[in-house]
Design a protein around this ligand. Structure first.
Ligand code: GDP
Ligand code: IMO
Ligand code: MG
Length: 404
C-alpha cells in the first residue's frame, strides 16, 4: 500500500489528470482536496477523451473509488452536469463517489461576483465563482454541501448571504442583483446530490488508509497558482501546494509516502500574471499548436514558454517533492534548439540551450528508447533539481507513459 500526492509544479495543466489516471489501479482511492470546477483535467483512454473538472481523475477506472475532501468548493450544478456527462460516457459514479459534507457551496452570486470583479481586476479567472466562495468560507458564512439536505433550516442564513452578495454586486461592482427566491428554489433541486454523495470523508480516508488501500491525492491547478506561495495576486484562491492535502482532506503529513511533482517539458499559463520565460515567437506558436495548448475549462489559449528550472527548484522544496514526472516531452520533438531557464539576471532569465532531438518520441516505451538528446534533457533536469524523474509522458494516452 502506498499513498501518493500528485502536485502540479507550474501554473496548472501539467497533465495531472492523465498521470493520476495512469497511476490509478483497481484498488485505488483517488481524492481531490482543493479547488473546484476551475480545474480541467483531460484523460485519453482507448482513443476517447474525458474532461473532468470536479470529479477526481480516478473515476475513469471503473473499480477505483473517488473522494472529494472538505477543501473543495462545490457548484451543485457543475457536479450534476459532470455526473451526467460521465453517465453518458458509460461511467457510473454510484458507490464510487463520496463528497465531504463540509464542502462549501459555490452559489450563483459567487459566479456573478467573480465575473463582475474580474472585469475590474483583470486576473483572468475562470469565472466559476471560486474566489468569492473561498472568501465566504474564510468569512465563516458558507453554505455547506450537507446543508442541501435541509435547506429550510438555513433559509434565513442563505438569504442574509445572498443579500450581502447582492449589495456587493449592485453597489460595488455595477452589476445586476440575482433573485434570492429563485436561487433558493433552484438549490432545492440539488438536494438529491447531497442525499447520494454527502458523507464524512475524514472517516472514510482513515478507513481506506487503515485498510491498506493505495491512495492518490490529486492536486488541482499548480504550485505557482497557490494563494500563499504563487504569483500573487495572479493566483487561485486555494493552497495548491502539498500542505493543502492535510487541511483539505484531513490526512496528516506523516501519512503521505510519495510526493510526485508534475511539470511539462516547457511552461504554459492561462490568464494574466508574470511569466518570465514566456515566448512570443514562432516557437510559441509551434508549442501551442503541437501541444494543443487551450484551456480545458474556458477554451482560452494558454501562453507558452521555456521550462523554468529556477522556479521549479523553489516549488520542489515547498512541496517536498520526492519524485518528478515530466509531461509533453513529445511536443518538443521538432525543435532544433530547446532552452531552459537556470537563473535570473535581475529579472531576465538566463538560459541553458539544448540540442533538439528532432525525431518522434510518441512511441517510446522505455527511457532507453528516447533519442539521446531527449535523454540528455531529462538527465539535466533531474540533476539540476536533485530529484529523480521517474515518469515521462510522451503523448496524451494512458499508454504513452514511460516509467523509469
Ligand atoms: P491537468 O489540468 O494538469 O490535468 O492538465 P490538462 O488536462 O488541463 O492539460 C494537459 C493536456 O495535455 C491535456 O489535453 C492532455 O490530454 C494532454 N497531455 C497530457 N500529457 C501529454 C503528453 O505527454 N503529450 C501530449 N502531447 N499531450 C499530453
Ligand atoms: P487545472 O487543475 C490552469 C487560473 C486562472 C486564473 C487564476 C485564478 O486544470 O490545472 P480562478 O478561477 O481559480 O479564481 O482563477 O488561476 N487557473 C488555472 N489555470 N489550470 C487550472 O486548473 C486553473 N485553475 C485556475 O486561469 O489565472
Ligand atoms: Mg487543466
Amino acid at each position: 500500500m502506498t499513498t501518493t500526492l500528485v502536485i502540479g509544479l507550474q501554473w496548472g495543466d501539467e497533465g495531472k489528470g492523465k498521470i493520476v489516471d495512469a497511476l490509478t489501479k483497481d484498488s485505488s482511492v483517488v481524492c481531490r482536496f482543493q479547488g473546484g470546477h476551475n480545474a480541467g483535467h483531460t484523460i485519453k483512454v482507448d482513443g476517447e477523451s474525458h474532461v473532468l473538472h470536479l470529479v477526481p481523475s480516478g473515476i475513469i477506472n471503473p473499480k477505483s473509488k473517488c473522494l472529494i475532501g472538505n477543501g473543495v468548493v462545490i457548484s451543485p450544478q457543475a457536479l450534476e452536469e459532470e455526473i451526467q456527462m460521465l453517465n453518458n460516457a458509460g461511467i457510473s459514479v454510484e458507490n464510487r463517489l463520496f463528497i465531504s459534507a463540509k464542502c462549501p457551496l459555490i452559489l450563483p452570486t459567487h459566479v456573478a461576483i467573480d465575473q463582475a470583479r474580474d472585469k475590474q481586476e483583470n486576473i483572468g479567472t475562470t469565472g466559476r465563482g471560486i474566489g468569492p466562495a473561498y472568501e465566504d468560507k474564510v468569512g465563516r458564512r458558507s453554505i455547506k454541501f450537507s446543508d442541501l439536505l435541509d435547506l429550510m433550516s438555513i433559509k434565513e442564513k442563505l438569504f442574509n448571504i445572498l443579500d450581502f452578495h447582492n449589495k456587493v454586486l449592485t453597489k460595488l461592482l455595477n452589476a445586476e442583483e440575482l433573485d434570492p427566491q429563485i436561487i433558493f428554489t433552484d438549490l432545492k433541486k440539488f438536494q438529491y446530490l447531497a442525499k447520494s454523495y454527502s458523507c464524512n470523508t475524514n472517516e472514510l480516508v482513515e478507513d481506506f488508509y487503515k485498510n491498506g488501500d493505495d491512495i492518490i491525492f490529486e492536486g488541482a491547478q499548480g504550485s505557482m497558482l497557490d494563494i500563499d506561495h504563487g504569483t500573487y495576486p495572479f493566483v487561485t484562491s486555494s493552497n495548491t501546494t502539498a500542505g493543502g492535502v492535510s487541511s483539505g482532506l484531513g490526512i496528516g503529513p506523516k501519512f503521505i509516502d510519495n510526493i510526485l511533482g508534475i511539470s511539462k517539458a516547457y511552461t504554459t499559463r492561462v490568464g494574466e500574471g508574470p511569466f518570465p520565460t514566456e515566448l512570443f515567437d514562432s516557437t510559441a506558436e509551434e508549442i501551442s499548436r503541437i501541444g494543443n495548448e487551450f484551456g480545458a475549462t474556458t477554451g482560452r489559449p494558454r501562453r507558452c514558454g521555456w521550462l523554468d528550472l529556477k522556479a521549479l527548484r523553489e516549488v520542489i522544496f515547498i512541496n517536498s517533492v520526492t519524485t518528478l514526472c515530466i509531461t509533453k516531452l513529445d511536443v518538443l520533438d521538432n525543435l532544433e534548439t530547446i532552452n531552459a531557464c537556470i537563473d535570473y539576471d535581475q529579472s531576465t532569465p538566463v538560459y541553458k540551450s539544448f540540442t533538439g532531438w528532432q525525431s518522434s518520441t510518441v512511441n517510446c516505451n522505455k527511457f532507453s528508447d528516447l533519442p539521446k538528446c531527449a535523454q540528455e534533457y531529462i538527465l539535466y533536469i533531474e540533476d539540476f533539481l536533485g530529484v529523480p524523474v521517474n515518469i515521462i509522458s510522451v503523448g496524451p494516452s494512458r499508454n504513452q507513459t514511460i516509467y523509469r
